[in-house]
Ligand binder design. Structure first.
Ligand SMILES: NC(=O)c1ccc[n+]([C@@H]2O[C@H](COP(=O)([O-])OP(=O)(O)OC[C@H]3O[C@@H](n4cnc5c(N)ncnc54)[C@H](OP(=O)(O)O)[C@@H]3O)[C@@H](O)[C@H]2O)c1
Length: 332
């Protein structure tokens, strides 16, 4: 496992002390042979790391672990699947996660990730590498925190061509817009989101629409066979909205929402993230707070709406677990 932050820790708890609470996981026995972080050291054991009280097993280093050392571990350690849970870097165009993912796939090791970077910047190349090496690259938790989107499309939309996706996919901006509507100032709304733990200390990735653009690129690349990156998404964040605009909209029974859209025409994909003014009776308008929604339009079926309410870390960790189980079941 690369990255041992919120999601990694939640996943380990699900697989260790919380394992007995989930009877349908009784036959699942995962062994972790290496867990690597950037600043908090690493732990390694070819017989399997003791997952109970795992923090005590970490070798704390005096300096950051260079990406090259992690690449070496990915290339040399014994394992069946890489669980990649490091952070998205827009500036580094999805690196170093893309290199981590490719290094595992080159060894025919399956990869599961919650990180948007690899699929947002290099999905076609990664998927081709996975197919060539007879292994899988799955990233259910990269969009909508583990709610089934890609697995639904894989098994429930066989033979369809997905023509368009649209939705509300960024928790922080949706929460902030809901708070502005109920009278909070921008800074109060952001502070509240930070206190609840889902907005970053630097929330600009969310407010400027980068997170939503990365999710839109992931959807376009996986569901619509695209080769776009977040830089190809026409992007406007919510920072130019204010209480007065939101109150005026409410007087006319309208609401601003940050909407992600990707549409396919021939082989061309156009993608956009921008605030849109929606009437109260629009299906997206009632998606408030931290909820999210995705509409999928196809040539044969639908439209289909997937709605997620109050996502938690548990959902994200479950999405990773579902990918692990999918690969394990396919391999048996
Ligand atoms: N949190 C959510 O609800 C959620 C939902 C959906 C998707 N995701 C995605 O899931 C991934 C993990 O999220 P998180 O909340 O667990 O993030 P997090 O708490 O910030 O943890 C990130 C982890 O990645 C490690 N890391 C960063 N760069 C690295 C590098 N170059 N090499 C090795 N390790 C590196 C960090 O190490 P240090 O701590 O030592 O720096 C940390 O352990 C992210 O890509 C995120 O976007 C998260």
């Amino acid at each position: 496992m690369i990255g041992f932050g919120n999601v990694g820790k939640r996943l380990i708890h699900l697989l260790s002390d919380e394992h007995p609470d989930h009877p349908r996981l009784a036959d699942l026995h995962c062994k972790f042979t290496g867990i690597f972080t950037k600043h908090h050291g690493y732990t390694q054991n070819s017989n399997g790391i003791d997952l109970f009280g795992i923090e005590k097993n970490f070798e704390k280093l005096n300096s950051n672990i260079p990406d090259e050392k992690i690449l070496q571990a990915i290339s040399n350690l014994e394992y069946d699947m890489l669980v990649e849970l490091s952070e998205l870097s827009i500036e580094q165009k999805g690196e170093p996660a893309i290199s981590f993912v490719k290094a595992a796939l080159q060894r025919s090791k399956h990869v599961v990730t919650a990180n948007k970077g690899p699929a947002a910047f290099a999905y076609r190349e990664i998927n081709e590498l996975a197919l060539k090496n007879n292994c899988r690259f799955l990233c259910e938790s990269a969009v909508m925190d583990g709610t089934p989107v890609f697995s639904l499309a894989r098994s429930g939309l066989l033979g369809t061509e997905i023509k368009a996706v649209s939705g509300i996919l960024n928790t922080t901006t949706n929460f902030v817009l809901s708070k502005l509507e109920s009278g909070s100032s921008f800074s109060e709304a952001i502070q509240f989101a930070q206190k609840l733990g889902f907005a970053e200390a630097d929330p600009s990735y969310d407010l400027d629409g980068w997170d939503a653009s990365a999710k839109t690129a992931v959807l376009a690349n996986i569901l619509m066979d695209g080769t776009i990156t977040p830089f190809d998404v026409w992007r406007t964040g919510i920072i130019d909205l204010n209480n007065e605009m939101i109150a005026n909209a409410a007087r006319n029974k309208n609401r601003f929402k940050l909407i992600c859209r990707a549409e396919k025409s021939g082989t061309n994909i156009s993608a956009k993230v921008a605030p849109e003014l929606l009437p109260y009776d629009h299906p997206f308008a009632s998606v408030n707070g931290t909820d999210s929604i995705l509409k999928i339009e196809t040539d044969l079926m639908g439209p289909i709406f997937i709605r997620q309410e109050n996502p938690t870390l548990n959902d994200t960790a479950y999405g990773v677990l579902n990918d692990l189980l999918t690969i394990a079941m396919e391999s048996n």
